[in-house]
Design a binder for this molecule. Sequence first.
Ligand SMILES: Cc1ncc(COP(=O)(O)O)c(C=O)c1O
Length: 398
Amino acid sequence: MHSLSPEQLIAGIRKSQRDEPDSGILRAVNHGFGRDGLIPLWTGEGHLPTPQFVCDAAVESLRAGETFYTWQRGIPALRAALAAYHDRFWPGPFSPGRFFVTGGGMQAIQIALQLLLDKGDEVIVPSPAWPNFPGPMRMMGAVPVFVPMQFEDRTWSLDLDRMRDAIGPRTRAICLISPSNPIGWVASRDDLIAIRDMARAAGIWIIADEVYGRFQYDETVERAPSFMDVCEQEERVLYTNTFSKNWAMTGWRIGWLQAPEAPGPAIERIIQYNTSGTATFLQRGAVAALEQGDEFLGLQLAMARAARDRAAEVLGRHEGVSFELPKGAFYHFFRLDGLDDSLAAVLCIIDDANVGLSPGGTFGPGGEGFLRICYLRDPASLDEALERLSRWIASRNG
Ligand SMILES: Cc1ncc(COP(=O)(O)O)c(C=O)c1O
């Protein structure tokens, strides 16, 4: 008899994999997915499908027979398009040799972590933070060291001294998501300089997630402040990014990593042994997004701005609800007075109001007591979701 019980099989997998809790976002999605009439505001995506010109480029590639193994780092056309795209918005010039095409932003993060971290190494993570950074760190035996941000007078702030104090002998990197998912905070140029200087002084890396860099609401500029403004190209900074958000391509699973040139061969090996590259037809679609996608992004931004303001107006009417108006990304992260189990609340909102939210507690220290909604939706379904949520909050208050 070689058949093992479920317990025996689970006992045989790595402890760090076994012990990692499910993301609260996933718990919410699994609880409510597919329910009739549910309005899903739980994950970070809007309602618009990928623009047609992007899909056409991918289909054309398949029809042309681009169905074979491809470059580990990405096809030259996409890496050149990434360099040209960066030249347009950030101080360059950027060479294609800095860019690696990945299976979504998520795989860019995995590569960055695999490149840098040994068991027991620490990474500084300001929180609340998107759980898909600390989760994979723990699963590889590394340790996220959270630096909780302050929420006072409806304003989020990062205590740089506290961040500096958190750096120890095992610290290998600082991970910064700006604009932030979930809180919509945007690091100032001065914040970035301060973080750069602490990383330089400690000889550690920066992992910069600037996925929402162009999803920001300061109309006087085209993008948020970036580590690319204040760092050299050949220093210890890795940028993780994705096509998912700007061009409504979440289901495509394609993103990119930007890195100094020297670790390029090591990064290429990680790609080789993880995925062996990203499908060529996806990459052709990505080229079209970079080269022709400005108008679509402008449209999404206008929609996001209106939705942000609409959601703020409705949520702001309720006693006991507090939040800062997001400066970037497309989430409201709001506190509900007296809430101490955000996951239970989210499951209850799914059952009672048929709206999908994410629990604040899953975003790490400082997140419990909050809920997150993704407001990048068409006005009619956003209004309906806000109406349902309002009724739920009112019944809770009443
Ligand atoms: C901050 C941040 N980084 C990276 C990603 C990864 O995006 P994807 O893996 O869909 O490309 C997301 C998606 O929600 C995100 O919010």
